[in-house]
Design a binder for this molecule. Structure first.
Ligand code: FAD
Length: 471
C-alpha cells in the first residue's frame, strides 16, 4: 500500500491534469493522479486531420490563475523552440493535435501523474479513501474524479452496434474504409461536422453515398459572440450555481449553441468543399445534408441497415439505407464504475447524478473531513461552461484553495458592468452576499433629490429600496 496522500485524482484528461499541474506549485499538499492509458493522448479516436480547438490556446491548463507557471501553452511554445514560428502562423485557434501534444508535454514533466493505472475500486475505510488499481493500493484523504464522459448511443440504435455501426469517438481507432459504401452520419454538432468533412474529402475512401442527418433545425454555428462568452466567466458560473433548478435547465437549453455549435471555420470549410465538388467539378451529387431529421428507428437489411427519420418540417417519416452508420450523438455523464462501492454514501439527485457544492465537492453522507471532488460533472449545477476547457484552470484553483487553510490562488474578480443578478458570490467560499456596489448605493443614499412626485424618482426610490434591503 502506498503512503497516505492528501489528494488522489482518478483519471487524467485535461481537467485533472490542470489540477496536477497547479498542485506542483502547492508544496504543502501531496498528490497523485492515476490514469488508465499508457501515456497522455487527448480523445485519440477523434484526432482527425484538420480538426481545430473551439477555445483559445490561452485557456490552457494554468494561465488563467497562474500565468507564471512553467506548464502554460506559451511555455510549451518557448521550451519547444517554436514560439516565433507559431506567431508567424497567425492562428487564432490551434489544431487539436497540437493541444494534445501540449497536454502530453506537460504530463511528462509532472511527478504526480502515473499512467497505466486503471482505478478499479474506491472504498472509504476509517479516515481515508482506499483506491485499488490494476497495479496496487493507494490511500488518500481526498479524491478528485476526472474520468470524463461516456459516448452517448441512442436506445433505438444500440442493438445494431458493431463493425458497421459505431460511435464517432472510435473512428480514429478503427481501420475504416468507406470506399463504395452508403454512409449515414447521425448528429449535427462539432464532431458530426469534423467526421463529415473528412468523409467528404475522401479521407477514408470515396463513399458511394454520404447522408448527414441532424435533429437540429440547421447546421448551426457555435455562438462565440462577446456577450455569449460571458457565460464562460467565473462570476457568471458562481451566480448560476445559486439559481433555482428550473431556471438553470432553461438557461442551459437557451445557451446550447455557445458550446455545442459548429465553428464558423468548419462550416465554411464544408460549404467550400461542397461548392468545389458539386458546383465547380460537377461531380454526381453523392452527398445529402439533412437537417430537421430525428432518427426514430433502425432495422437490419440484406446489405446493411435502414434508418427511419422523422422530418420535423413535413412531419413525415423518411427512410435512409446505409451500409455504415456513424453516430456523432455526443457524450453523457455517468457515475464511474470504480466508485460504485461508495454509492450508498453519495447524496445523489433524483435522476441519480452526482450533486456538487459550489467548490466542486460531491455531496455525500460520509466524513465531512474527507472530500470527493468531481470535474466535468457539474453541467446541471455550474452551467454550460463546466464540460468546457474555458474555466478549467479556475476550477482547478478553486478545488486547491478549498483544500488549503489559506487560498493559494487569488480568484477575486473586478466588478463588471454586466449584472446577471444583484447578488454577489464570495470567490473563496461560494457563499452568496448582498449587492456589493458601493458606488450605486452611495450615489442613491446621497441623492437628496429623490422625490415621490416624478416617475423617474419613483424608479430611483424603488432601486434605493432594493439596495437598502440587500446592503
Ligand atoms: C473531440 C472533442 C473535442 C473537444 N474540443 C474542445 C475544445 O476545443 N474546447 C473545449 O472547451 N472543450 C472541448 N471538448 C470538451 C472537453 O474539453 C473535453 O472532452 C475534455 O477532454 C474533458 O476533459 P476530462 O478531463 O473531463 O475528460 P477526458 O478527456 O475524457 O479524460 C478522462 C480520462 O480518465 C481516464 N479514466 C477513465 N476511467 C478511468 C479509471 N477507472 N481509471 C483510470 N483512468 C480512467 C480516461 O482514460 C481519460 O484519459 C472537446 C471534446 C471532444 C470529445
Amino acid at each position: 500500500m502506498e503512503k497516505l496522500t492528501d489528494i488522489i485524482g482518478i483519471g487524467v484528461g485535461p481537467f485533472n491534469l490542470s489540477i496536477a499541474a497547479l498542485l506542483e506549485q502547492t508544496p504543502s499538499l501531496t498528490s497523485c493522479f492515476l490514469e488508465h492509458k499508457k501515456s497522455f493522448i487527448w480523445h485519440e479516436g477523434l484526432m482527425l486531420p484538420n480538426t481545430y480547438m473551439q477555445t483559445s490556446y490561452l485557456k490552457d491548463l494554468v494561465t488563467a490563475v497562474a500565468p507564471e507557471s512553467p506548464y502554460s501553452f506559451i511555455a510549451y511554445l518557448v521550451r519547444n523552440k517554436k514560439f516565433y514560428r507559431f506567431l508567424n502562423t497567425e492562428q487564432k485557434t490551434i489544431t487539436r493535435a497540437e493541444f494534445s501534444d501540449y497536454l502530453s508535454w506537460v504530463s511528462k514533466q509532472l511527478n504526480n501523474v502515473n499512467f497505466s493505472q486503471t482505478v478499479e475500486d474506491i472504498d472509504f475505510i476509517g479516515d481515508r479513501f482506499v483506491i485499488t488499481t490494476n497495479q496496487g493500493l493507494y490511500q488518500a484523504k481526498h479524491i478528485c474524479l476526472g474520468t470524463g464522459k461516456t459516448p452517448y448511443i441512442p436506445a433505438e440504435v444500440k442493438p445494431y452496434l458493431g463493425d458497421n455501426c459505431f460511435h464517432a469517438s472510435e473512428i480514429g481507432l478503427r481501420n475504416i474504409d468507406l470506399t463504395g459504401k452508403r454512409v449515414v452520419l447521425v448528429g449535427g454538432g462539432q464532431t458530426g461536422a469534423d467526421v463529415f468533412l473528412n468523409a467528404l474529402r475522401g479521407n477514408w475512401g470515396q463513399p458511394a453515398q454520404l447522408d448527414w442527418l441532424s435533429r437540429r433545425a440547421n447546421f448551426q454555428a457555435l455562438d462565440e459572440a462577446a456577450f455569449s462568452n460571458e457565460y464562460f466567466m467565473p462570476r457568471y458560473v458562481e451566480q448560476f450555481y445559486h439559481l433555482n433548478e428550473e431556471v438553470k435547465q432553461q438557461e442551459i437549453r437557451a445557451q446550447k449553441l455557445t458550446s455545442d455549435g459548429i465553428t464558423s471555420e468548419a462550416l465554411l470549410a464544408i460549404y467550400q468543399e461542397l461548392y468545389a465538388k458539386f458546383e465547380v467539378q460537377k461531380q454526381r451529387k453523392w452527398v445529402r445534408l439533412l437537417p430537421h431529421r430525428t432518427v426514430s428507428s433502425m432495422a437490419n437489411t440484406a446489405d446493411g441497415f435502414n434508418l427511419i427519420a422523422d422530418n420535423n418540417l413535413t412531419e413525415k417519416a423518411e427512410s435512409y439505407a446505409a451500409t455504415v452508420v456513424i453516430l456523432a450523438t455526443g457524450f453523457e455523464s455517468k457515475i464511474p464504475d470504480c466508485i460504485k462501492g461508495l454509492t450508498p454514501m453519495l447524496d445523489l439527485s433524483a435522476d441519480g447524478s452526482l450533486q456538487l457544492e459550489p467548490n466542486f465537492k460531491v455531496k455525500w453522507f460520509g466524513s465531512q473531513d474527507n472530500h470527493i471532488y468531481a470535474v466535468n460533472a457539474g453541467l446541471d449545477s455550474h452551467g454550460i461552461a463546466d464540460p468546457q476547457l474555458s474555466l478549467m484552470a479556475w476550477r482547478s484553483a478553486k478545488i486547491i484553495n478549498d483544500l488549503l487553510p489559506e487560498p493559494a490562488f487569488d480568484l477575486a474578480e473586478n466588478e463588471h458592468v454586466i449584472r446577471w443578478t444583484n447578488e454577489d458570490v464570495d470567490a473563496q467560499s461560494g457563499a452568496v452576499n448582498s449587492l456589493r456596489d458601493n458606488s450605486l448605493r452611495d450615489d442613491i443614499l446621497r441623492d437628496d433629490s429623490l422625490k415621490k412626485d416624478s416617475s423617474e424618482n419613483d424608479d430611483k426610490a424603488e432601486i434605493k429600496q432594493q439596495v437598502l434591503s440587500v446592503v
